[in-house]
Design a binder for this molecule. Structure first.
Ligand code: FES
Ligand code: FES
Length: 154
């Protein structure tokens, strides 16, 4: 079936299968490989993208559901080789190791800071509860979000 949606501000029209996921379409048809497939069943958050401004696990969204939607992937947050302030804060705090989870975290943090520019530590923990990281132990990630919020990174 033919669907039309916006990805990172650009309108795209694609022929998709009813059982194809948004994650597969983004990665394999649009070559936006920032969102990662970790678990493939909604547990890890590595595939997080914004769907009409809200973070979703794109592995759980069927491509036809994206018809008419506005999708934002992590690729939208760096322009002309310049990183987003949230990405800068992750680097400065050493909030990534293998980096597999990082795009999903960045998307979730962007959504958090947009709706709550000055989140408490509890707000941060709650907002990131759907994103798993096997490497960092989370404290550097929380510090990075606090650093980004201090700088008004929303
Ligand atoms: S790959 Fe989507 S939640 Fe893990
Ligand atoms: S940095 Fe490796 S899973 Fe998070």
């Amino acid at each position: 079936m033919l669907i039309t949606f916006k990805v990172n501000g650009e309108t795209v029209q694609l022929d998709v299968k009813p059982n194809e996921t948004l994650l597969d379409v983004l990665r394999e048809k649009l070559y936006l490989t920032g969102a990662k497939e970790g678990c493939g069943n909604g547990e890890c958050g590595a595939c997080t993208v914004l769907f009409n401004g809200k973070p979703v696990n794109s592995c759980l969204v069927l491509a036809p559901e994206a018809d008419g939607a506005e999708i934002t992937t992590v690729e939208a947050f760096s322009a002309d080789g310049k990183l987003d302030p949230v990405q800068e804060a992750f680097i400065e705090e050493g909030a990534l190791q293998c980096g597999f989870c990082t795009p999903g975290f960045i998307v979730s943090v962007k959504a958090l800071l947009k709706r709550n520019p000055k989140p408490s530590r509890e707000d941060i923990i709650e907002a990131l509860s759907g994103n798993l990281c096997r490497c960092t132990g989370y404290s550097s990630i929380i510090k990075a979000v606090e650093r980004a919020a201090e700088r008004g990174a929303e």
